[in-house]
Ligand binder design. Structure first.
Ligand SMILES: [Zn+2]
Ligand SMILES: [Zn+2]
Length: 212
């Protein structure tokens, strides 16, 4: 982080035209989550990118980025970023996060979460996944974790978030890493939940940025 600029209390504040350095415009905090629109086509295309890993039982991940639509009440996931990554049978880690950040920033995109495969496991968030989601959701309340589990017969796709305030607060304070057990939340909420602010919208167009 650059040091804060020197403060001159006698000067009038500059008009709020957004940061001169680019990036998406600053968001106003809202009491309610904004809706998030995503297309099934994006998820299917992600599965196609993941196919060779999936056939070997290795997880893959993608980063979800998007724009705020007119009225500021809805995000659209417009960009699937495939980062350099390291997958195992039950984890996947995005590498070169600065490169992903730069790709989003230069296109003025908001970080709206992530998508990953469970090639052999069912559709859920592992204890490692909830920590990854915590990072995205701390940046942006609306961020989601999409899990694609092609071998799960009952649920092949889930769109999740940490419950708030219970789940998010618990994981933010959890010092453990790797697979571990989380205690119940203080609020009695489940640790994570299916998103009710996400809508599958076939008219949400997307592009794919493959950084591998
Ligand atoms: Zn997972
Ligand atoms: Zn934890």
């Amino acid at each position: 982080m650059p040091p804060p600029p020197p403060t001159d209390i006698s000067s009038t504040p500059a008009p709020a035209t957004g940061p001169a350095s680019g990036g998406p415009k600053e968001l106003r905090k809202r009491a309610q989550l904004r809706d998030v629109h995503v297309s099934v086509a994006l998820m299917e295309e992600f599965l196609a990118y993941a196919r060779s890993n999936t056939s070997r039982g290795i997880e893959s991940c993608g980063i979800l980025a998007g724009r705020l639509l007119a009225g500021d009440s809805t995000f659209a996931i417009t960009t699937l970023i495939i980062p350099k990554q390291e997958g195992t049978t039950d984890t996947v880690t995005a590498l070169n996060e600065e490169e992903v950040f730069e790709a989003q920033f230069s296109r003025e995109l908001y970080p709206l979460g992530w998508i990953h495969t469970h090639p052999t496991q069912t559709c859920f968030l592992s204890s490692v996944d909830v920590h990854t989601q915590c990072g995205y959701q701390t940046m942006l309340d609306e961020a989601v974790a999409i899990v694609m589990a092609p071998s799960d017969v009952s649920k092949k796709c889930g769109i999740f978030r940490l419950s708030t305030p219970g789940g998010l607060g618990l994981v933010q304070k959890c010092p453990q890493r790797g697979f571990h057990v989380h205690p119940p939340t203080d609020t009695g909420q489940e640790l994570y939940e299916l998103c009710s602010h996400v809508f599958l919208n076939p008219r949400t167009h997307h592009e794919v940025l493959d950084l591998r």
